[in-house]
Design a protein around this ligand. Structure first.
Ligand code: HAM
Length: 413
């Protein structure tokens, strides 16, 4: 038996990295005053189909749609935003605004499995409702930039663009249809369908991306209203005042239908995006609620881990434990387990063997766990309450009174 294509088993080093990323993300959410939300992994299909957009690649090709046993149309979440909007509306969370929410969880897209593209993957995201200031967009982008900095990733690039309001986009799409008319036969089958249904999506086609007719297509910037241009300039001014470097990418339109005005992505070495987001002021009304301005983003956690590996960036949590307790014989086991418990109460990471391994095997185990200290407990130690503490790197041994052990570890770890 094998796991399904495009999925991974998470354990060992990978789990540590995932956890490390989650801790950095959670800390930033606290610092940015953002509360946590967890919505179901599956929702009624219409939440994502309507939310993300019927004409998008995600909905036409990538959603996991199925009927449940009650004959309901269900979709595994391909992203977090639409489900969170459903929850904000259903629970009437919008009575006190602004509302700032974050999430960390698994998403599902039936994509062709390849490097950086999984069918089950983690996103860490933020959604902020009820604030239409360009500075809130800046706030969101600054969170992402700080996140990658804290992870230790240097050299990320923030790409930003404006896709204007619905009216600007309709004018733009009319221009795109005119432009692509002579090239229809050169486009892939999907793009031929997009030409009719959602012309904008031709621009983020993965098959046709390198074709000249796509590269030379008119840019949305030419179709923006004065209001949207001014909004973008205010966002750029805010980024400048924070010293955040960016590039304006006039080809960036994003693959989800709900955006307006600001859209952004973070890339590393021109590889696929490590995260992306934007403003979406009409999604709450698309999903049947009052119109609420909103901005958010999601970080692709698995892609971040992949880059950490490729760049050989070590996470700070090296997975070591503080001490490995080594009773010499079974007679000292109860003393050892009680000592382990009291060290854990003092927030030390400690472990010991219960299976009666021989001494050499126990020392090996201490190495396998990267223990900083090995605490050896024999008959004499129990009688005298003086423990033999061995520095597992230098192999230097010290006798420490049991009552002084915590102070000793505090000073030396
Ligand atoms: P997205 O650009 O579709 O946006 O996804 C965000 C990030 O998730 C991507 O930049 C990428 O790093 C990661 N990602 C996407 N698909 C995969 C995959 N198949 N395998 C691994 N990683 C993947 C959204 O999902 C929006 N909901 C973001 C947002 C929040 N906009 C406003 N609020």
């Amino acid at each position: 038996m094998q796991r399904p294509k495009g999925t991974i088993d998470i354990y060992g080093e990978y789990y540590k990295k995932l956890n490390y990323i989650k801790r950095i993300f959670d800390d930033l959410c606290d610092e940015y005053n953002i509360g946590y939300i967890e919505t179901p992994i599956f929702e009624s299909s219409e939440v994502f189909h309507r939310g993300v957009g019927e004409g998008t690649d995600i909905v036409t090709k990538e959603t996991y749609d199925f009927k449940d046993r009650g004959d309901r149309d269900i979709t595994l979440r391909p992203e977090g935003t639409a489900g969170i909007v459903r929850s904000v509306l259903e629970n009437k969370m919008y009575t006190t605004l602004p509302l700032k929410l974050c999430y960390f969880g698994k998403m599902y897209r039936y994509e062709r499995p390849q490097s950086g593209r999984l069918r089950e993957f983690y996103q860490a995201g933020v959604e902020i409702f009820g604030d239409n200031s360009p500075l809130m967009d800046v706030n969101a982008i600054s969170f992402m930039v700080k996140f990658y900095e804290r992870i230790g990733l240097k050299g990320i690039k923030v790409k930003i663009n404006s896709i204007g309001k619905a009216e600007d986009r309709n004018n733009y799409m009319a221009a795109l249809r005119e432009y692509f008319k002579p090239y229809i036969d050169d486009l892939c089958e999907d793009c031929k369908a997009r030409y009719e249904k959602n012309t904008l999506r031709i621009l983020d086609c993965k098959t046709d991306a390198d074709k000249d007719c796509i590269k030379n297509a008119p840019k949305i910037g030419e179709y923006l209203s004065e209001e949207s241009k001014e909004y973008l300039n205010k966002v750029l001014d805010g980024l400048k005042s924070l010293g955040i470097e960016y590039v304006i990418d006039d080809t960036l339109v994003r693959g989800l239908d709900y955006y307006n005005d600001t859209v952004f992505e973070v890339v590393f070495n021109e590889s696929s995006a490590l995260g992306g987001g934007g403003r979406y002021d009409t999604l709450t009304s698309t999903l049947g609620g009052p119109e609420l301005p909103a901005v958010g983003f999601a970080i692709g956690v698995n892609r971040v881990i992949q880059i950490l590996d490729e760049e050989d960036i070590k996470v700070i949590d090296d997975g070591s434990i503080d001490a490995y307790i080594l009773p010499v014989s079974e007679n000292e086991n109860n003393y050892a387990i009680e000592l382990m418990s009291s060290l854990r109460d003092n927030a030390f990471k400690v472990d010991m063997d219960f299976t009666g391994k021989k001494m050499p095997a126990k020392f090996k185990e201490a190495d396998r766990y990267n223990a900083k200290f090995v605490i050896i407990i024999g008959e004499d130690e129990v009688k005298s309450n003086k423990l033999t503490v061995r520095d597992n790197l230098t192999k230097e041994e010290t006798k420490i009174e049991r009552d002084n052990l915590i102070d000793f570890l505090d000073v030396n770890i």
